[in-house]
Design a protein. Structure first.
Length: 596
């Protein structure tokens, strides 16, 4: 996998002019970039650290964080380029551990990993908080009432969800995992009803205070919508106890502060008031955000972390959900509850998702070659561009026809029928390139350009992706919408939301992108009837099993993969490895505690 860069001459901004020795060699080889080198030089100078190998380890640790890891494995990092003058891993690790930088807590050596101080402390805090929660006496539960309520709330056919909800009712902390369509929201809604029923038995005048939250606005809106739909299916008395539940982003729940991006109004000295906190799409939560959440949740509040550990991890550093499943599950299996039966997909999409998840490249290719509801389009085929053009233009035509007719519901429904998903933002396989390409094709059909040039960026049928939260307008990062023609001939932006579509003048929107295509990362938390996945070449550093699985599982009825067989095999066989000490720390500490 290509994780290196090719310097574009001596003036390439990624090269550090002050680099010398090992730092220079690794910088010129494209392993380290200028920021990695400059940070290592600066902190080493502060403590008079002369050892080049130690400076190299610090620079590589900074690089690791930029690429999503929270630690550095000195034995594995040499796989980047075996021809470089790597120090011996064992003596290298010992040198870092004995360094003045370690004595000053700039770096830490733990479990064979090198970590920067901030992330080492956050890992320790997350592990300590989770273990402390597990060590508490279990919450008081009326077991007979719990079983009666569970029988009422979960009809036949929902045995997995019933078992998950009753298990979570008996614990302070639960990690609820499962792929798309496995009924995670049904289990959550049932759990909340079980807890409300327990509170009513205790004479409480009101249901538990519940916080529904997710990392992004789009995910929070979908969570609110899904929980509302699930609670509507509950018996009337249970539904009335819960009332109306709303969801918010983690930033909004914790209380954003204008002076910092990593600290919030709610913390260990000002806890959240809620009795139950449910976090959806936990795979997208970074280590830093998980640390802030755990210090804000009351020790006597139930915490339910919901997500799919096989999906892409946070765009920031950490792979927290996967670490929790591996670290907690090994010594405290009751803390991790998995739902396994998917009801979203057809049989073949489910089989493809399972083959990708399990790393079975041959099985995945056999399914794709057989066509049907999953198919493979080789981009080297003579008609490949024509096939892709007809698919994406067909989608764009449907959206535009409804938008020109002023049909708001029809426009939004047409938008959700198809998604073109890309691994990259730019380049020949990037969402930016394909957004421009679709607009060129659309302009050719219409006989006039769209989307290119001043005054043409707003047009009926333009699909929109919101890229930043705007609480004043009620818009959230990840929301989608369409520009629709009004009866007077003007244009309005219609953005889908959990409650009702939001209609806005196009002039009021600034943080939006065109969405004929979108990245797989941006697609998390959403779904479409049909998905076309455009995979890059097999040497792309972004190509991974997690990315491919996330893309495939956005679809409900059809998946089209545009890729060579080599790229598919590389995607299935390559894991997105993120070095982390959290799972080892959890496994080590959890094994000495009595779970609750």
């Amino acid at each position: 996998m290509t994780e290196l860069f090719e310097p574009e001459g001596s003036h390439d901004r990624r090269l550090a002019a002050s680099a010398a020795g090992l730092l220079r060699a690794f910088n010129e080889a494209g392993v380290l970039e200028a920021p990695d080198v400059l940070v290592a030089q600066r902190v080493a100078a502060l403590v008079d650290e002369p050892d080049e190998a130690v400076r190299l380890a610090v620079a590589l640790a900074v690089r690791a964080v930029r690429r999503g890891s929270v630690a550095l494995d000195l034995a594995e990092v040499r796989d980047l380029d075996a021809t470089l003058p790597w120090p011996d891993p064992e003596s290298w690790l010992a040198a870092v551990a004995a360094s003045p930088l370690a004595a000053a807590s700039v770096v830490h050596v733990d479990d064979g990993l090198v970590s920067l101080d901030r992330y080492w402390r956050e890992e320790k805090q997350v592990a300590d908080d989770l273990v402390a929660r597990a060590a508490q006496p279990a919450p008081t539960v009326d077991e007979q009432r719990l079983e009666r309520a569970a029988a009422r709330l979960f009809p036949e056919g929902y045995a997995e969800q019933r078992a998950a909800a009753t298990a979570a009712a008996r614990r302070w902390t639960t990690v609820l995992t499962g792929g798309p369509g496995t009924g995670k929201t049904t289990a959550v809604a049932g759990l909340l009803a079980l807890l409300a029923d327990q509170a009513a038995d205790g004479g409480s005048a009101s249901a538990p205070r519940v916080a529904l939250t997710a990392p992004t606005g789009k995910a929070a809106a979908r969570l609110q919508e899904a929980v509302a739909a699930a609670t509507r299916a509950l018996p009337a008395d249970d539904r009335d106890r819960l009332g109306t539940l709303t969801a918010a982003t983690l930033h909004r729940l914790l209380g954003s502060r204008p002076d910092t991006r990593t600290r919030f109004r709610h913390h260990r000295g000002n806890r959240l008031p809620h009795d139950v906190v449910v976090v959806d799409e936990t795979s997208m939560v970074s280590l830093t955000m998980m640390a802030r959440l755990l210090e804000a949740v009351r020790p006597d509040a139930r915490l339910v972390l919901v997500g799919d550990p096989d999906q892409l991890a946070s765009v920031e550093a950490g792979a927290v959900l996967a670490d929790l499943v591996a670290g907690l599950g090994g010594h405290d299996p009751g803390a991790v509850v998995a739902l396994r039966t998917s009801h979203r997909f057809g049989e073949r999409i489910g089989a493809l998702a399972a083959a990708v998840r399990d790393g079975e490249a041959d099985a995945a290719l056999d399914l794709l070659r057989a066509a049907g509801e999953v198919e493979l389009v080789d981009p080297t085929r003579a008609d490949a561009e024509g096939v892709l053009r007809e698919v994406v233009l067909g989608s764009a035509r449907s959206v535009r026809a409804a938008a020109e007719a002023g049909d708001v519901a029809g426009s939004l429904a047409a938008l959700d029928r198809h998604r073109l998903l890309c691994a990259h933002r730019e380049g020949p396989f990037g969402a930016g390139h394909w957004n421009r390409q679709v607009e060129r094709w659309l302009g050719d059909e219409l006989g006039s350009p769209v989307g290119a040039g001043w005054g043409r960026e707003w047009y009926a049928g333009r699909p929109l992706l919101v890229t930043a939260n705007d609480y004043g307008l009620g818009l959230y990062n990840g929301d989608t919408g369409v520009v629709v023609r009004q009866a007077d001939g003007g244009l309005r932006a219609i953005v889908a939301s959990a409650a009702a579509p939001v209609s806005l003048a196009t002039a009021r929107l600034s943080d939006v992108e065109t969405m004929h295509a979108m990245t797989v990362h941006k697609s998390q938390g959403s779904q479409a009837d049909e998905v076309t996945v455009l995979l890059p070449d097999d040497d792309s550093r972004l190509l991974s099993r997690e990315l491919f699985y996330t893309a495939v599982t956005r679809a409900q009825s059809r998946v089209r993969v545009v890729a060579t067989e080599e790229a598919v095999r590389a995607a299935v066989e390559r894991r997105a490895r993120r070095a982390s000490g959290l799972r080892q720390r959890l496994a080590r500490t959890a094994s000495t505690e009595t779970p609750a």
